[in-house]
Design a protein around this ligand. Structure first.
Ligand code: 4AD
Length: 471
């Protein structure tokens, strides 16, 4: 009996060919026993025709490795080319090659969908650079690197959900359409109905509505009834940036914890999340990760191993500015207390701390959004904010304790002229307010960090950024 890991439950009888068992490539490669009537479907990654034998490699997205098919040359057809979609039926046998466990001896090969190889932009056996395949968002998933990325993305997503569920968090679907600007930075995409009648002046929702920049404020609502909540969904920022770490649409993981008075608690969750999900990804898709660490970022593997072993560092914003001021290099943006840390500053700080992740805490009050908790600490007035900086990427997470004290929040909102907009948020501080805090982690930046990918556009299936919305 064929003993694919996961057993016979993983196998399906094929409706069109009653006696053939349909296997995914991954199942076929991992099978422990030969099997007589097997069918595999997928796309041809290579074709090599010799006098005595025809070799194919088929991939169906279930694994990085393709399944070798061995066939009689009489089965070769004109449209059996690289890129074509095929269905192969035959015997699964032990492979004589050391590098693979099983191979398929084809009895029939059906070309389900031919591929015009002359105009197909991917070429057989070529290692296309990421910048090249980026031009073809509708085809690049057929490339090994993007295939590996998408499987890693899928496992990391599952790992993030498991991390929170295992730690007792409730998953909340926060809305994509919202009437607030959580970060107050004005980087909003406004939503309007496509005008049928240009005389139509009223808003669909009666108020201006936007794509969310963060689910935080909605999570804070829920943190008034559930002590641990999280959300993980798309967020949108109209940042006019072409940088290698900004997108207009990206995924954010956000958590909110009630009954917490210390940034330390928030930082502990961030650190545990990053380490646990990274370990999960490394153990669930070792071959896919290896591809990145071998061809895209050769030093990344060792760096990650180091990071998983050591505690992340903590420095205050004021210490960070002092370190920058004493740096032997000149920065484009001169470091000054009260100014935002720029990418060049973040990079230097991470290097200064020994290329390990660093939490920077307690930022100037005037730099940060209205919801952050006032530290009431004299002339260098700060809030209980934290950013996590990581090697190669810079800011990975941003979080804070939230201002839970009604008078503090009221006076800040009043000064910003936002009291009416945030009446409901003030209400939360009137009805059982508790000290609480949370953070958001950019999912694409997380993937950049783990895989060592330089450009954020290469870690999301369909990148959206200013001047580009392909497909
Ligand atoms: O630091 P940010 O702006 O924090 C918030 O939005 C908070 N409301 C989150 C919270 O406390 N619940 O964004 C969080 C993270 C950043 O650290 C960064 O990793 C990522 O989101 N991020 C982006 N990723 C890709 N493209 C962009 N344009 C991004 N802007 C932020």
């Amino acid at each position: 009996m064929l003993g694919a890991r996961g057993g016979w439950r993983a196998l399906r009888r094929c409706a069109s060919l009653p006696r053939a068992v349909r296997l995914r490539v991954r199942e076929a490669l991992r099978a422990r026993e030969p099997a007589d009537a097997v069918m595999v479907q997928g796309w041809v990654r290579s074709v090599r025709s010799q006098k005595e034998v025809l070799f194919l490699h088929i991939n169906d997205g279930s694994s990085l490795e393709s399944l070798q098919v061995v066939a009689d040359p009489s089965l070769e057809k004109r449209d059996l080319t690289f890129g074509s979609a095929v269905e192969v039926q035959g015997k699964l046998v032990k492979s004589p090659h050391r590098m693979q466990n099983m191979e398929l001896q084809a009895e029939t090969i059906r070309v389900v969908g031919p591929c015009d190889i002359w105009s197909f932009p991917l070429k057989m056996k070529e290692r296309h650079p990421l910048e090249y395949v980026r031009q073809f968002p509708h085809l690049r998933c057929r490339n090994n690197t993007l295939g590996a990325l998408l499987r890693i993305r899928s496992e990391a997503t599952a790992g993030i959900h498991s991390f929170f569920q295992d730690n007792g968090y409730v998953h909340i679907h926060t809305p994509i359409i919202t009437s607030n600007d959580c970060e107050g930075a004005g980087e909003l995409f406004q939503i309007e109905v496509k005008a049928k009648d240009s005389a139509e002046k009223t808003h669909f929702f009666n108020v201006p509505a936007f794509l969310t920049v963060s689910g935080q404020l909605h999570l804070e609502v829920m943190a008034g009834a559930f002590t641990h909540v999280f959300t993980f969904g798309p967020t949108f920022r109209a940042e006019n940036s072409q940088s290698r770490r900004h997108l207009a649409e990206f995924y954010m993981v956000e958590a909110e914890l009630s009954f917490t008075e210390s940034l330390q608690d928030i930082m502990q969750v961030m650190e545990d999340l990053v380490k646990t999900v990274t370990s999960t990804v490394l153990s669930k898709c070792p071959r896919d990760v290896e591809l990145f660490h071998k061809y895209i970022a050769p030093a990344q593997k060792g760096r990650l191993e180091q990071i998983l072993k050591h505690k992340f560092m903590i420095i205050s914003y004021s210490e960070a500015v002092e370190i920058l001021k004493q740096a032997p290099q000149t920065f484009t943006f001169k470091p000054e207390w009260g100014c935002d840390l720029q990418t060049e500053h973040e990079k230097y700080l991470v290097k200064h701390c020994g290329e390990v992740p660093v939490f920077v805490i307690n930022y100037p009050y005037n730099l940060k959004p209205f919801y952050m908790r006032d530290n009431e600490d004299g002339p260098q007035h700060t809030v209980a904010a934290v950013d996590l900086l990581v090697p190669g990427v810079g800011e990975l997470c941003g979080g804070s304790l939230r201002e839970e004290r009604l008078p503090f929040l009221e006076s800040r909102l009043q000064r910003l002229g936002l009291t009416n907009t945030y009446q409901w948020y003030l209400d939360l501080r009137k009805f059982g307010s508790v000290p609480h805090g949370g953070f958001g982690m950019g999912f694409e930046r997380y993937l950049q960090y783990v895989l060592g990918v330089d450009n954020i556009k290469d870690v999301i299936p369909f990148p959206r950024f200013s001047h580009s919305c392909l497909l």
